[in-house]
Each structure stands twice: as C-alpha cells, then as structure tokens.
Ligand binder design. Structure first.
Ligand SMILES: [Zn+2]
Length: 337
C-alpha cells in the first residue's frame, strides 16, 4: 500500500517492469514491433478474464472466491486493452476488489477517495501505462519510423504512434508527457485535435460508414512489424515505386490476404524529374475477421528476378474483444485441444 501519489506511480511502474522481464516482453516486441497484447499476457498468466457488456463500468477486479477480471465489450479495443491492463495491475498487486468506471481507469490526478484506499487506483493506472506503453517500446517505434523528438509535437505522428501501441490517442499524448518526451503545452495542443479529423485527412475523398475504426498509414518502414487492430480499421499504404525502371508494387496479394482495395493512385513527386520514383497510394479495407499475413513485392512484372523491395506484415483485425473469453484465451484453448 502506497503512502503517496508519487510512491503509487513508482509501485505500479515497477510491477509492470517486473512482469515484462518475467515474460521476456521486450525481446519479443523488439523482434516484431507492435502493441503489447494485454489479453494474451493475461491468458499466459492464467488469470481468469471475462468480457461482458457492463453497465456504467469499463471493468472490474474481483477477488472472491478467486481473483478475476471483467472487461466491457462496449468500448473500442484500445480502451478494452487499457482497462484489462489496469485490472491486471489490481490483481498482481493484491489490491482490494474494484469496480472501475471512467474516473477510475483514466485517472489523471490524485483524489481523496483513492488516498484513503492506499492509492490503489493510481497504482493500477501506472501499471497499465507502464505495461502497454513502456518507454523502450515508444522509442523502438520512433526509431523504426524515423520520428525525432520534435516530430512528437505533430498530431498525425502521435495518432500513428498510438495505434501501433494499441493505446488511445489521448493516453499516448499523456504518457509522452509523463516520460518528458513532450511538455504540458504540447500535450494541451495535441488534445485539442480530434482523432476523427486526423482519420478524415488520411482518407482524403473516401468517406467510411463510421469513424470508429482507426486509419493506419503504412509505409516501407512498417516492414516486419505487427498490425493488431479492429474490423473497422482502414489502411492507407504509401509506397515508393520506381516505375521509370519498370518496377511496380503488386497489390494482387493484398486482395488474396483478405483486403478490398478502395483506391489506387500514383502521386507525382515534387521534383518532377524523369526517372524519379513516384509514390503509390492504396486505400484498403479488411474483409470480415481478417487475420493473417500481408506480403507485397515491388518487382518488374515480366521478369522473374528478385523483388526490389517487399512489405511483410502479420495482421490481426478481429478486434474489438467480444462477449465471453478473450480471443487470446480462445486460441490458447484451441491450441491445447
Ligand atoms: Zn481500478
């Protein structure tokens, strides 16, 4: 039990770091960058977890007769993940049972009632932040995408970082401030921008049925990374193409992997020089329950030589979590059967 807010943040962060070391999370994620699969971690730890439509709650931690976690089905995957991580924090730190609404889960400041409870909500919140958004994972994504500290002021960068972390835009901005990667005024400016506006800008002339899904901007820099999203998500691929030398990206394999191509355009380069590469922009939407591997090649169609470049991405777009067991636990049971 913590005696101060600062001690609670330290405790929660330390508990998450211990867990990451125990399950070797850093090596696993640096080999294939993506989001921390909180539900898979919970399944790996054999902590009972159920998803339910919960009235007025995001989640709960119960400890009678045995410890277990409840998470709502009524929110996007990013909130489900953060809630599950928060409840796992309660569980691993042997907290009192907790029924968590938005005030508890997305807590941003110390409160009287939390102080009376030994700051257990602050501990669980710090645990969730450190588990899902450890500094090393943020820096790994930044290095991969060539984002520098100064780029973290751009809403478009924060949004793309947030979906790669599997966290919400707001939680990502607040976490960057916690790590002193941005300052308070930058955080305020970032939070004035709505993710919906960022999605609409990426989609250009395409209007989706709703803006609930995320819009991923994928480039060659995402090669070898992992995409974990939801069935409403959309993908804008922007790939450099050396058309003047006869090389073309082959997007037929995208359709074979379970995506529909909504737009396919070639953007002229600013320099307009003959022989310069152009940029191919493709907008793709996943078919129902898409999960597998995208493998794209840029090659000369009439030659059987090696591709000039490739983009390989394992993806799982079966989120958000639905009622019952988590997808990770279902797969674990199927594998054991
Ligand atoms: Zn809680």
């Amino acid at each position: 039990m913590a005696r101060s807010y600062a001690e609670a943040v330290r405790n929660g962060t330390a508990a998450a770091s211990r867990l990451q070391r125990r399950i070797d999370l850093q090596n696993r994620l640096e080999a294939e960058p993506g989001a921390v699969d909180v539900f898979a971690v919970i399944a790996e730890l054999d902590v009972p977890l159920m998803l339910r439509p919960l009235k007025g709650l995001l989640g709960a931690f119960l400890n009678t007769p045995a410890p277990g976690i409840l998470v709502t089905t009524e929110r996007p995957l990013s909130i489900q993940r953060f809630t599950a991580a928060h409840e796992l924090g309660h569980c691993l730190m042997s907290h009192q049972p907790s029924l968590d609404d938005e005030d508890q889960i997305l807590r941003r400041a110390p409160t009287q009632s939390d102080a009376r409870m030994g700051y257990q909500e602050t501990e669980a919140d710090a645990f969730a932040v450190a588990l899902m958004m450890p500094r090393w994972l943020i820096l790994a994504h930044c290095a991969r995408q060539s984002w520098r500290i100064d780029d973290l002021k751009q809403p478009t960068v924060i949004y793309q970082l947030s979906i790669r972390l599997g966290a919400s835009y707001e939680a990502t901005a607040r976490t960057l401030e916690r790590y002193s990667l941005i300052d308070a005024s930058t955080r305020t400016a970032l939070l004035q921008v709505r993710p919906r506006a960022l999605k609409a800008a990426l989609l250009e002339d395409f209007v989706p049925p709703s803006y609930r899904g995320d819009v991923w901007l994928l480039t060659e820099k995402d090669q070898g990374g992992r995409i974990e999203g939801s069935r409403n998500d959309l993908f804008v691929l922007k790939l450099t193409e050396l058309g003047s030398a006869g090389y073309l990206w082959d997007f037929d394999t995208l359709a074979e992997s379970g995506f529909s191509i909504m737009r396919d355009t070639r953007l002229a380069q600013a320099s307009d020089g003959v022989g310069d590469p152009n940029v191919r922009r493709v907008l793709a939407a996943p078919d129902e329950d898409a999960r597998g591997l995208v493998h794209l090649e840029q090659r000369r169609p009439w030659l059987v030589d090696a591709p000039l470049s490739v983009l390989t991405l394992p993806f799982d777009l079966t989120g958000p979590e639905e009622s019952g067991l988590s997808r990770a636990e279902r797969r674990q049971l199927l594998a054991a059967a």
